[in-house]
Design a protein around this ligand. Sequence first.
Ligand code: PBG
Length: 348
Amino acid sequence: MPKLMDDGTGTVPRRRSETRPAAGLVRRLRRNRKAGWTRRMVAEHRLTADDLIWPLFVTSGRGVREPVGSMPGVVRHSVDEAVKAVREAAGLGVPAVALFPYSDAGVRDERGSEALNPDNLVCRTIRAIKDAVPDIGVIADVALDPYTSHGHDGLVIDGRIDNDATVPVLVEQALVQAEAGCDVIAPSDMMDGRVAAIRAALESGSFKDTQIMAYTAKYASAFYGPFRDAVGAAGALKGDKRTYQMDPANSDEALREAELDIAEGADMIMVKPGMPYLDVLRRLKSHFGVPTFAYQVSGEYSMLAASFEKGWLDRDRTILECLTGFKRAGADGILTYFAKDAARLLDE
Ligand code: PBG
């Protein structure tokens, strides 16, 4: 054993044995990681197909599967193709799908009137799915942007998105979709007071069991770009949505949004986008303990899909890692364009 000497630096060199893990080290976190069986045994979270909600785009026509340019691997389905695709998702164990209509310029007007047409594309799709695949949950958005010529989620009056003029229209839209057989109404419009108004209307109609999944903390995000392309709103949108969607700088405000949505009768809340907002997801889940969902949005999908195409990221491992991250952050489920791929991977 060399003698310990002061080397003049003010620190006494440590004994060799102290620079190595001691023979009797008690805490070795690697022990629990030594083999697959023990990693499985100590895993804190487990992703299953039950955690996945598949958002899909519908369009008019028959036999149509039209690729969305900015979302490689994603297509717009005509109603008949949507039914086939949803049957497949159900077979993979995916509990629910969320429907988004592509409407061409001809259907759009100032007031988004097509939203209230009981025979619009979304309503026809809801009926077809409920008819053919009754055991899968069907979620439909409430917001006017697929139907307005200006691309906003609400009515524009004197150059502003008018909250109180919009809410009754959203209520009508929710009722039309509930009437078509929709299981879950998902208001994505971010108008104040809309959850209470929709809940009251569902209660007084014959829709007491229709759930509301509120887009609670929906941020004004650049990550929605490819979605707007997919639903044909990209060219339509005038300005931005910052007077109604949340500021990405805020998270206390998300707690206030959640408090209101829950008090107003939401059965489930949601954070959107997903990966850049996992802190918000964790805060909401910890604070309220209600069923809380995350939406891995179009831009997150496209960013990953582009990397997979380039061979920069391993597709299968990356998808499962990201989705597991949502679970760890507190999600009860994830809306993801990878839902079917992930369900297939989990099945293997
Ligand atoms: C519409 C709506 C949007 C998304 C879901 N519902 C876009 C928006 O608010 O502009 C985005 C979904 C995605 O990007 O995948 N109100």
